[in-house]
Design a binder for this molecule. Sequence first.
Ligand SMILES: [Zn+2]
Length: 139
Amino acid sequence: MLRFCKNCGLLVPHDARSCPQCGAPVPPAACTAPQQGPVQPLYDTPDRDEDAAVTAMSQSATTAALILFAIPLVGLVLSLVWSFGGTRNPARQRLARAYLIRTAVVAVAFAVFLLVGALVLSAVLHAGLTYYYANPYFW
Ligand SMILES: [Zn+2]
């Protein structure tokens, strides 16, 4: 980095604090160098995802967890326990929460299925009884 004295124009040595010819103070080299502030990336900062800090579970551990979840009642209890602090592994907790959400979605879908089925069955039965009462001597 070449610096010149602002007083006399002499080329000043790199490490000099004052001009060797006229003695005028020379700003330190750091001031003439580009500002060395924190480097700001030009690209967009990646999304802050807390999942990024979670180390993924191994293939075998994930498979074992899913098999355990598949056991009736035991799997539901296990997913509940793991979801609410029963494990120190954040990846396992994440998996348990995902399974709980999946279970809730399936339960709602099944409930809707049962409701529609019950309504259809009720309508059919009602129609049959109505036909029976209207034609009591049919049978
Ligand atoms: Zn000078």
